[in-house]
Design a protein around this ligand. Sequence first.
Ligand code: AMP
Ligand code: GLY
Length: 415
Amino acid sequence: MRVLILGGGGREHALAWKIAASPLLQKLYISPGNPGTAELGENIAGDILDPKAVLKLVQTLGIDLMVIGPEACLAAGVTDAVRAGAPGCRVLGPHRAGARLEWSKAYAKDFMNKYGIPTARHLVFSDRAAAADYLADCPLPVVVKADGLAAGKGVVVARTRTEALAARSIPPLEQPMVVEEFLSGREVSVLALTDGRRYHLLPPVRDYKALEDGDRGPNTGGMGAYSPVPGIGKDELAAIDSIAAKTLRGLLREGVEYRGIIYLGLMITGEGVKLLEYNARFGDPECQVLMSQLESDLLLYLSQAANGMLPEDPPEWSTDSACLVVACGGDYPHLPSFGLPITGIEQARAAGCLVFQAGTALIDGQLVTGGGRVLNVLGRGAGMEHARHQAYQGFAAIAFPNMRFRTDIGEEVVL
Ligand code: AMP
Ligand code: GLY
């Protein structure tokens, strides 16, 4: 099979790593990829947000399966263009209509309410003044979200009145604002791989969204993750499964054919499991953790899901623990880091870590920083203590100027 992965972050590096190990693979392309994916396949430069350009690439390279990483490609309609223009190419990733679950939070909330999916109560404001009036005396904490895509950074959990009032200027002016009830509990991400009718839930992963230890600081794309997540019993799993089933039924009812990943961002509250958000793609860093634990052939599952024929048997997973820590530049999430030399990846690998690159670049043969989240270090083995220790050992080797990372990933499991 000739495969094209769209994207160039840690998620796509991990997907490429797993796909490269498949006996079904004939040739792997990644666009644009990163220096890490270049070790596994061929990187192709190109504008992956331009549906026509992607269609041309698919036709030129004779692609059998395209796997879409970033949500922006889905929202731009890349799936629509390729499925219409290159019917021989299977696509893992929904059409623009299916991806709306991610690219409009207001639509997603309406969908959840329409199909009886438990979620936080919410209001939508198109008018800033009305939002300000509401935020001036609503109960605190309160959560304010921009309606559109924001790479995980368009959500503010306001704990004080000042923060609540300041949050009204978070969404771009042309975007509505979703204001919702604050839910407290334990957060977990569960991804479902679906062919539009059948689905398999992937193991729950805990993602850390806040920049700083102790879940302080601004929200980011994700600063670390681990799996397995303790304390998710039969009841919680049944509730999560019911959310996935209702989602798929709802999509079918809406006439949306959805082949890809439905990401459920969940809160396990005292009143049961509630859905915070949908994403229409693999989460990052969750995907990296999942790839490190997957024992089945990823390419088989992705291609069959994209074909509308997901295998009946669920994929198999290692019982090992995995703990992933993200290294970012000193000014993330406000500013990316560029051109700073990165050292120590080979030593970290020699110590048993998996290293997935994200915002990296090669200049004159030297690996340098080239983005916000720069790279990911993953430890794994029997028990979280071992996995966590190994991941942080990786940071004894890896360095770049102003590197920062959270020091408490997985701590809650081992304490
Ligand atoms: P979202 O992009 O909607 O998942 O929001 C990003 C992060 O904000 C989530 O992962 C949560 O940590 C937090 N968050 C979002 N909605 C709520 C809510 N209703 N209550 C508490 N925290 C929330
Ligand atoms: N880690 C959260 C996301 O991918 O949106």
